[in-house]
Design a protein around this ligand. Structure first.
Ligand SMILES: Cc1cc2nc3c(=O)[nH]c(=O)nc-3n(C[C@H](O)[C@H](O)[C@H](O)COP(=O)(O)OP(=O)(O)OC[C@H]3O[C@@H](n4cnc5c(N)ncnc54)[C@H](O)[C@@H]3O)c2cc1C
Length: 568
């Protein structure tokens, strides 16, 4: 469908006309500005500070295109400009130019945030319009950024993933499938060997930029004052971090989120989540993340992407985190929501089959998908054993692939016995997965046993369960908070007296549930020791942690009773 058709179909929701009563409510938040034909109110690449409500005259929304400039929409009286980037404080995609002079009401970002937090009717109208406008920009390929790359280049894939997962509209030009490649390369003075190349805002050219360079050029992140002390700094914008941001910001805390890649975390990479409460037909990880981020931003939380935390300095309060780009940021409270990463066998096309034949969990849902079929499980720990025994009851045959000589060192005895007694479970020791094949989904796989002269065997197996364990993203915490023997953050009752003594826990109370060995530093989701590795539990922990944060903040504002003050 072409851009104009999509715009027309959703026109009423994307461009609702404000009534006189609604405009009157907004008038107290903004200032009237006279406009003259030809005035440019916003340039693409400029940081969006306000939305404009047309009172009289008209505004053109213009998008740069390969041929010049396209008119995306004409705003008349009662219409308003703006999109998700206005709330986020990132830069404009489009030029806003006055066609017929008149007047507009300019409402700045802070006032707009107040409106969407306090006026239910306007909140629904603005939020829906902003979200739909972003969706339309992406689905129509209307963008101010061009990525010239090759589908065989890992860096092209990295950049595509970064832009896509951050819901950033871009024009993708695949050099293999574009007949006019040379003309394009000549036009931007780049060579074939320079790809991937990003052309940012129609002029700045980057040869194989890092995610940080790209985010910077596109102005994806809000400009914030790094000298202020935030109430709460959340490291990681997966389900746990986003949930904490929604609750903390809606309860009045000043919240900043820092994220290495894109909102959504591991869940953001899932093509369809079927077991998250409230979505009976399933929802893609990216859609879930997009909704959560809009909600967090509506309440005033700020997110910086391509922002990796290298270190937490917890020696004194406020706490400081050191970022990879050299900046450091302070906050009274920290939430560790940096999650974990499942160990994935090193196979080129493995990501393609995630959720389409490759699974991380063996629940009733997955069991149904492979009922009566042959399956493979990779891993030799207890989770692999439990999955094998469970799936053997409904699958035709279960193959367990382990690198080790056997299971004795990694699995509980009772599970090994059950596996040995199950006629439809075969253990393949010293064996590794070597290839995956299929088109839309996994169709067959190969494995190889480490023995002299062994060759890979190919099997028509369409389902593989990766039970290889997860490694936490907690390297940035080393020396700061107590970790368990696998590197996950210990919290609340899991902290022993010895942990607290080593960490020199300074308070008369014990750590709150979800609080680490350092007061005011909390952990939620997959990075937390003993957590259930599920979206719902990460969301639950992130939300719950905010209750304890309020208590921890109150302690900071109450003067501590010292021996001298108590006796006087
Ligand atoms: C492919 C896949 C499908 C899944 N499907 C389901 C499902 O259907 N249902 C279900 O319940 N669960 C599912 N899970 C599990 C679920 O996604 C996780 O349990 C959940 O995402 C954990 O949330 P989290 O916020 O704790 O951590 P994560 O989702 O891991 O998010 C952590 C975030 O922190 C960021 N980060 C890490 N280190 C740093 C740093 N130093 N600085 C800044 N940022 C950092 C990461 O980039 C990441 O975005 C799936 C997992 C995967 C991988």
């Amino acid at each position: 469908m072409i851009a104009s058709e999509i715009l027309e179909k959703r026109r009423e929701q994307m461009f609702p006309k404000l009534t006189q009563a609604q405009i009157a409510r907004l008038e107290v938040c903004g200032g009237r500005v006279e406009t003259h034909a030809g005035d440019v109110l916003v340039e693409p690449g400029e940081r969006l500070r306000s939305i404009f409500i047309v009172l009289a005259g008209s505004l053109e929304i213009l998008l740069r295109s390969t041929t010049g400039e396209d008119l995306l929409y004409l705003l008349g009286p009662g219409d308003f400009s703006g999109e998700m980037s206005t709330l986020r404080g990132s830069v404009a995609f489009a030029r806003i130019r006055v066609r017929e002079g008149g007047s507009v009401l300019a409402v700045d970002r802070e006032k707009l945030r107040e409106v969407v937090q306090t006026d239910a009717e306007l909140s629904e109208l603005f939020m829906r319009a902003f979200i739909l406008r972003r969706v339309a920009l992406i689905s129509t390929g209307s963008a101010d950024v061009m990525l010239l790359g090759s589908q065989h280049s890992a860096d092209t894939l990295r950049l595509r993933e970064f832009l896509t997962r951050n819901a950033y509209p871009y024009i993708n030009i695949d050099l293999e499938n574009n007949t006019d490649v040379q003309a394009l390369l000549d036009r931007f003075h780049v060579r074939l060997e320079d790809v991937p190349v990003v052309i940012c805002h129609g002029s700045r050219i980057f040869r194989n930029p890092s995610n940080e360079e790209l985010a910077d050029c596109l102005g994806m992140n809000p400009v914030l004052d790094d000298t202020i002390v935030h109430d709460l700094l959340i490291v990681g914008a997966g389900p746990a971090g986003l949930a904490a941001a929604v609750y903390a910001a809606s309860e009045g805390l000043d919240v900043r989120m820092l994220e290495t890649t894109a909102p959504g975390g591991q869940a953001g990479t899932s093509s369809r989540i079927e077991n998250y409460l409230g979505f009976p037909t399933g929802i893609s990880g990216q859609a879930l993340a997009g909704r959560a981020l809009s909600q967090a931003q509506k309440f005033g939380a700020n997110l910086s992407v391509a922002a990796s935390v290298l270190r937490l300095n917890c020696d004194g309060r406020p706490y400081r985190v050191q970022l990879a780009d050299g900046h450091s940021i302070s906050a009274s409270l920290i939430l560790i929501a940096s999650g974990a990463q499942y160990r994935i066998p090193q196979l080129d096309n493995i990501q393609r089959f995630m959720g389409a034949g490759i699974y991380y969990a063996a629940t009733h849902l997955e069991a149904k998908l492979c009922q009566g079929e042959e399956i493979a499980i990779v891993g030799g720990g207890n989770s692999a054993g439990q999955a094998a025994v469970f799936l053997a009851s409904s699958c035709q045959h279960v193959h367990i692939l382990v690198r080790a000589d056997g299971l004795a060192d990694s699995m509980s005895r009772y599970l090994i016995r059950r596996i040995e007694q199950s006629p439809n479970i075969t253990l393949h020791s010293r064996t590794q997965l070597t290839a995956l094949e299929g088109s839309d989904r996994l169709e067959r796989l190969s494995w190889r046993t480490q023995s002299p002269n062994s060759t890979p065997e190919t099997h028509e197996i369409r389902h593989v369960f990766l039970m290889t364990g997860a490694a936490p993203h907690t390297q940035w915490l080393q020396g700061c908070v107590a970790l368990d023997d696998r590197g996950f953050v210990k919290t609340g009752p899991d902290l022993s007296a010895a942990d607290l003594a080593i960490a020199r826990w300074p308070l008369p109370r014990s750590p709150y549930l979800l609080e680490s060995s350092v007061p005011g530093v909390f952990a939620a989701g997959d990075a937390r020791s003993g957590s259930v590795k599920r979206i719902a539990s990460a969301v639950g922990e992130g939300s719950m942690s905010v209750q304890f944060m309020h208590r921890a903040l109150r302690e900071l504002s109450v003067p501590r009773i010292t021996a001298t003050s108590a006796s006087s």
